[in-house]
Structures are given as structure tokens and as C-alpha cells.
Design a protein around this ligand. Structure first.
Ligand code: CTP
Ligand code: CA
Length: 226
């Protein structure tokens, strides 16, 4: 980890990081959400800040406290996350999209609490905007975009397809196979794939250590772009 030993290697760089789940309202008291804890994104914010970057953390609902010297924007829904990301992307040098953004939201939000009048209920859902794909299409030559992928089948091929489809520089494939890895836990096991096709698999480790590995990869991508 030679690059990480350099003092403040990311000084002067602006990094936009997203974290946590999004909640999509069904009615005034209910939502569709997911089990993302936000821990991976918050660990990334902490590590990138310590490397000297100016970090903006756009977070869905979590119970985590903001790392030191990180500016935080709280959002609830995928639409709000898209808005906040769009407003901050242009000035960012690096975007890391670790949030678990909902893929679908209720087409209409009921104005009143839905009563259990019927024996069954069908919710009409519509797709949310793919934030990474939208921003990937606007990426400038000197910007770096990192995405995450969660797959249960054809992991590498699917992750690589996402990297290309969304115009990413790096994708982090989360392995769900290992005990302790994943959403709620404090550890992750990742494989990274960059846009040149280089793949690297890491051991199961704490999310802060995983964040350091990701930072190392981002630093080497940055040095190639400059
Ligand atoms: N993502 C996003 N906007 C969405 C959905 C996902 O920006 N509306 C981002 C996630 O933050 C992640 C990456 O896209 O960095 C991949 O998310 P993932 O759920 O693995 O893939 P999807 O493209 O949503 O495809 P699918 O869920 O069908 O595998
Ligand atoms: Ca998805």
C-alpha cells in the first residue's frame, strides 16, 4: 500500500460518496426499502477524508454518525438521491456510488394510510432513474466513477456488463458467499474490475480495510489519468 503511505495523496480532490438505502413511500406511514446499513459508504467517506480529499457524503436513512470533516447531505428516496448527486457531480473529481438505490418505487403514493380492506393488495411500481448510468453518460475525461455490484449469479460477467453499461472506471463486486460479509455486517469480501479489464480479489476484511483497498485502486486509476 505504498500510495496510501504518501501524506494526503488526495489533497485538493473532491469526492462524492453515496451510502445507505433509499426508502420509496407507499403511503404516509409505509415504504419500500432494503437492508443496506450504510457502513461501507461511511467507511469510504472516512478513509477518503483521511487521505486529504474534500468529501461530500449523500446518505439515505441510516443510524450512523458522520465521519469527521465530511459534509453530509441526507436524502430519503431515489429521486432525492438523483437530485443531490446531479447537483454535486459536476464539481466532483471522483464519484463512488455505494448506496443501495431502490430499482422500483410505487407509481403513486397514497395520500392516506392504506386500510386492510381487501384480502390481497397489488402495488403498481415503476422504475427509478439509474443514477450511475445517468452520471456515467455525463462523465468528463478527468472524472473517475466507481460503482458497486451485488450479484447472485454470473457475478463477474454481470459486474463487467454493469461497468460498461454505466461507463464506470471501476466496479466493486460484493461477494455474498462469505459468512460475515454483506449489508449489515462489519466486513466485506470484494473483487474489483477496472475499465481495462484488470480484476483483483481481496480477502474478507473490515469495511474500513476494504475502503482502503478501494482507495488504493482509485489512486492508481487517478495516476493513470493524469
Ligand atoms: N444504482 C444507481 N441507481 C439506481 C440503481 C442502482 O445509481 N437506480 C447504482 C448502485 O448504487 C450501484 C450500481 O448502480 O453502484 C449497481 O447496482 P445494482 O443494484 O448491483 O445493479 P442494477 O444496475 O440496479 O441492476 P440489477 O439490480 O438488476 O442487478
Ligand atoms: Ca439494483
Amino acid at each position: 500500500n505504498t500510495l496510501l503511505e504518501t501524506n494526503a495523496p488526495l489533497s485538493g480532490k473532491k469526492v462524492l460518496i453515496t451510502a445507505g438505502p433509499t426508502y420509496e413511500a407507499i403511503d404516509p406511514v409505509r415504504f419500500i426499502g432494503n437492508h443496506s446499513s450504510g457502513k461501507m459508504g461511511f467507511a469510504l467517506a472516512e478513509v477518503f477524508q483521511k487521505l486529504g480529499a474534500k468529501v461530500t457524503l449523500i446518505s439515505g436513512p441510516t443510524s450512523l454518525s458522520t465521519p469527521n470533516c465530511v459534509s453530509r447531505i441526507n436524502i430519503t428516496s431515489a429521486a432525492e438521491m438523483l437530485q443531490a448527486c446531479s447537483e454535486n457531480f459536476e464539481e466532483a473529481d471522483i464519484l463512488i456510488m455505494s448506496a443501495a438505490v431502490a430499482d422500483y418505487r410505487p407509481k403513486e403514493v397514497a395520500a392516506d394510510k392504506i386500510k386492510k380492506d381487501e384480502d390481497s393488495l397489488i402495488l403498481d411500481l415503476e422504475k427509478t432513474t439509474d443514477i450511475l448510468k445517468t452520471l456515467g453518460a455525463k462523465k468528463r475525461e478527468n472524472q473517475i466513477i466507481v460503482g458497486f455490484a451485488l450479484e447472485t449469479t454470473n457475478e463477474l460477467a454481470n459486474a463487467e456488463a454493469k461497468l460498461k453499461r454505466k461507463n464506470l472506471d471501476l466496479i466493486i463486486l460484493n461477494s455474498l458467499k462469505d459468512e460475515g460479509a454483506g449489508f449489515a455486517g462489519d466486513q466485506n469480501k470484494i473483487t474489483t474490475i477496472d475499465s481495462s479489464g484488470n480484476k483483483q480479489t481481496f480477502d474478507l476484511k473490515s469495511k474500513v480495510e476494504v475502503a482502503k483497498d478501494i482507495a488504493q485502486e482509485v489512486l492508481s486509476l487517478l495516476s493513470k489519468k493524469q
